[in-house]
Design a protein around this ligand. Sequence first.
Ligand code: SF4
Ligand code: SF4
Ligand code: SF4
Length: 338
Amino acid sequence: MTRTRIGNIVFELTEACNQCCRFCYNYWRDGSSPIAAPDPRLVRKTLRKLLSQAAVGTISFSGGEPMLLRNIHDLALSARFKGSHVNVLTNGTLLDGDAIANFLSIGVGAIQIPILSAEASVHEYLTGLPGSWARATDALRQVASVKPDGAYAVLVITAVNAPGVSRTLELIRELGVRRVMVNRFNIGGMGLRHRSELVLDAAMLKQAFAEVEAFATAFPDMRFVSGVCTPLCMLDVNPYPHIQFSWCSTDFSRRPVAVNYKGDVRFCNHSPYVLGNIHERNINDILNDPATLERYSGVPERCSGCTFLSRCNGGCRAASEQVYGSFAEADPILDGGN
Ligand code: SF4
Ligand code: SF4
Ligand code: SF4
């Protein structure tokens, strides 16, 4: 059977996590239902199925917390054998030196760990896990010491930690890290409950990105990317040339597709809507189903006629799905998250 080529997949190994971040976008983490324990056998079966159907350029192991899977190294090795690049998106609290060494020997490309503040109390207020700051910073320092180009700090900017952005970047640099993802709080999951506390208005966003830009200008050996689209009518990105902003696309070849350990396929990791299951249908058929394409073809009413539409695409419309139950609305951050 010919394998479909897919550039990027976020593979969610489990819904479970040892943290309870106030901003967690995982749609299942809204407190409404119990979360299943990790299932290593099912993950292995689903990964095999996925890699039999698709030649995946980069597969990012995510969750929940992927380090809760005791067979995560075997899974990474399987993906590497099939020719995929593998990244690990982890909160870092369960990542020790042995686990890092194993990942490197397998050829894992990047390990991403959130560092939310230079202050433990702020980081742990946001993660809900005492001790998480020391463990996350220690893990990222270790990754940076053995694989500098694969160590990524993820700074999720919320209204809670925005005032300390510059100091947080200093800490990240002190850890030896030179690659930073700077993502604004994106509404969804547990973040729906805490949105009034976390959501940034336009002035706060501009201030936070101005601080990132100033830091990036001062330290040209560092790279900054911002992966969560912010509506261009809310944030003009021109004043921040040292931050590489990426944009969402409804074209599956230009955006990471989410697949979870059960085989459910979704638009992306923020979207709650299941398009199909790879144990029932081939992923190529799921992604190219006319109903799927139709679902993502609409233009939000407020965006029709906007000159930025082809680039901005209405911001993060998976957030719209979580907040309004519809992909046809523009990013809810435009209305303050309401
Ligand atoms: S954001 Fe990540 S670390 Fe935090 S609760 Fe969600 S899955 Fe866990
Ligand atoms: S496309 Fe929509 S969200 Fe984006 S800038 Fe235009 S009006 Fe704003
Ligand atoms: S819908 Fe939102 S989370 Fe999903 S790929 Fe686009 S910007 Fe990213």
